[in-house]
Design a protein around this ligand. Sequence first.
Ligand code: UD1
Length: 360
Amino acid sequence: MRTLVTGAAGFVGSHVVEALEAAGHEVSGLDRRPGAGHSGEAPGERPGAGHSGEAPGGRPGTGHVVGDVRDAETLARSLRGVDAVVHQAAKVGIGLGIADMPEYASVNVYGTAVLLAAMAEHGVGRLVLASSMVVYGEGVYDCPRHGRVRPGPRAQPDLARGAFEPRCPYCGAEPSPVATDEDAPPEPRNAYATTKLAQEHLAANWARETGGTAIALRYHNVYGPRMPRDTPYSGVAAIFRSALESGRAPRVFEDGRQRRDFVHVRDVARANVLALGSGVPPAALTTCNVASGEPHTIGEMAAALAAAHGGPEPVTTSEYRLGDVRHIVAAAGRAARDLGFRAEIGFAEGMREFAVAPLG
Ligand code: UD1
């Protein structure tokens, strides 16, 4: 399939390009920066956005256009002869707070709207969208008395006294986290999450109106080679890895027992290839968690990385961030059923590699 990858020079996008090429697809890329994502800058932070032209430093064999996804002219050029788009270009992470809100809305929401309009105009009928588990907010829990519940944000006084587990909204008991599936109601808790959910809604609108096929892959915590270094936009794996590289101990917040699903970037890239070829129904949006199915605590992740790196040992600090959710782990069944996707790179193996892999 002739496929355009937006964000092709970024962390996930560059792996998606490689996986699509290996699977025999004809791939072209669009990104605000040239090359395959080795510059060390956070995606979306390179000045000169909007400039477009053929990249001198593009990957060999790849038609790589340097330009902005919000620029309709660049898109018109990039979409010529294309059958499908894998949309990875986005401003990611939590960032600096409210000051970043306009940029999240512009790149993620407006950029996706411009892309979808251009796809409709150029008759491109297939979209794979990089979404995120952040659309769920806090994961799903079981209360012994009230069954399935969705706790609200944790109260600051509780966090300050080290009571990190969320409470049942009805009785205040401590519920147990359960794997969150795609039917959980979304509850985006920051601008990034809100814009990822908006992208999904726009993709659903596009699919319904054009009869196109749209799949949103809700990535859990992606890690692996070329992950961008520690910035306000980085996830915890990159922060720990950058600390180890400069001889500092990873700082594990709360009590270290908060749970996530760390999924290797090559597995995520493979999920994109499978999504592109999957037989999900047209004229609607299909959402799929992309996860390893093997949840771990942040403390376990820090310990595994530090051990594989040869130290220093992590420290658990009781610090907390008000915006953090406690546990979010994935039900991985729909991706297995609809895409035939099962992660292949296990936690121990993946962390051993990541501990010494080059960062972006
Ligand atoms: C992360 C990303 C989110 C992305 C999602 C899925 C960020 C900031 N968050 O969400 O954008 O969509 O994965 O890929 O990029 N922690 C520490 N020490 C630190 C930093 C964090 O212990 O130095 C802890 C946090 O308190 C939290 C956990 O690690 O409990 C995960 O943090 P983080 O990776 O930032 O956020 P996620 O909610 O997992």
